[in-house]
Design a protein around this ligand. Structure first.
Ligand code: APR
Length: 363
């Protein structure tokens, strides 16, 4: 996934490069700097001693040594002094220069901590906003998997107003009578299962659902005209040829509908998969396979990228075999954003991350 977030310890990630929130000596310290040096072993400090330090906003690289990551990109964030000492520009430069160095080194995956949001005291919500802004600006022009690692949830502060709106929406959904209560849903799904040809005329109960073979007696009863068992073979033939006809006349698949919607919206493939936070390789798989079955987060990511109104989004989801329900947080969060016309997939992902849900996008 081009841009993702995860909660954890950056030193454990097996990516091409992890970024270190270092100090200008590059000789180690506390926080993530200390953790990286401990995990990489003493060779890292020896190597860094030869780099001649690093200025705030700049980035320098080293091998990962004992870390699972191949490289470490050391950058020095600004110390927060109230916001009037060019801190925002310097912090943005940290991400920009670290990403540029990663791209020059041929990295395809990089993980960042929240630079300056610890000992250097940068307000966490502003640090998060700058990280997101610079990573997304880079991904608009480059292909790379970039992960923002949140070590402790307290340093992750999406907008409070958004969280309270979502919580209120969730309470409304879970307290209101479910739009499709289980028992009614069950009855409805049984009704859908028994297709017209298995139902006797005039409101009689269905003899059997369309996917169970009828007993001789049932078939004879249901198909009065046959009247005896040796026509069972004829009934079977008729049913299997009908099933064959149905299988041949399946309506459009998920990927066919997706490609049609992309054309209708007049967006390019690249614009669509980038807005969906899906990587190019996965998109070309979807484009070339009319029967491709996406995961639910991927299907929704495309509905968001195409800015589909809720009913159209539900239709696209249905093609992939999914629905949105009021019984789980992920679905309610998605419904909230689609129903309010907010198609910022990264804001949606921040909300999903805040509620420990899977993120939108793939690859
Ligand atoms: N994995 C991922 N993130 C981590 C880890 C870890 N193992 N340990 C800490 N963090 C997070 C913190 O929770 C914070 O959100 O990294 C972010 C940056 O915090 P610091 O490590 O304190 O870095 P910073 O605020 O940039 O201060 C840098 O602190 O450790 C010293 O030598 C370092 O002088 C430099 C200063």
């Amino acid at each position: 996934m081009p841009f993702s977030m995860l909660q954890g310890d950056i030193t454990t990630l097996k990516v091409d490069a992890i970024v270190n929130a270092a100090n200008s000596s590059l000789l180690g310290g506390g926080g993530v700097d200390g953790a990286i040096h401990r995990a990489a072993g003493p060779a890292l400090r020896e190597y860094c001693a030869g780099l001649g330090g690093c200025r705030v906003g700049q980035a320098k690289g080293s091998p990962g040594f004992d870390l699972p990551a191949k490289w470490v990109i050391h950058t020095v964030g600004p110390i927060w002094q109230g916001g009037s000492q060019n801190e925002a520009a310097l912090l943005a430069a940290c991400y920009r220069n670290a990403l540029a160095l990663a791209a020059e080194s041929g990295c395809s995956s990089v993980a960042f901590p929240l630079i300056s949001a610890g000992a250097y005291g940068y307000p966490k919500d502003q640090a998060l906003a700058i990280a997101k802004q610079e990573i997304l600006a880079f991904l608009a022009k480059h292909e790379m998997d970039v992960t923002l690692v949140i070590y402790d949830k307290s340093s992750f502060q999406p907008s409070r107003s958004l969280i309270s709106e979502l919580t209120a929406y969730w309470e409304r959904c879970s307290s209101a009578a479910p739009t499709f209560p289980r028992e009614a849903g069950l009855a409805a799904s049984v009704a859908v299962l028994s297709t017209p040809d298995t139902q006797e005329t005039t409101n009689k109960k269905p003899c059997f659902s369309s996917h169970s073979r009828p007993s001789a007696k049932q078939a004879a009863t249901c198909n009065g005209a046959l009247g005896h068992a040796d026509n069972l073979a004829e009934a079977d033939n008729c049913r299997s040829s009908e099933l064959e006809a149905r299988l041949h006349s399946l309506d459009e698949s998920f990927s066919q509908m997706l490609l049609r919607k992309i054309d209708e919206k007049g967006v390019s493939d690249a614009a669509c998969y980038k807005r969906a936070n899906v990587d190019r390789k996965l998109f070309s798989k979807i484009r070339s396979d009319p029967n491709y079955r996406p995961s639910k987060p991927t299907a929704i990511a495309f509905a968001v990228a195409l800015e589909l109104p809720l009913p159209e989004a539900r239709e696209l989801l249905m093609k992939a075999g999914f629905a949105l329900s009021h019984s789980n947080k992920f679905d309610v969060i998605i419904e909230y954003f689609l129903s309010t016309g907010n198609y910022d997939i990264y804001q949606i992902n921040e909300a999903l991350f805040a509620f420990d849900q899977a993120l939108l996008g793939a690859g």
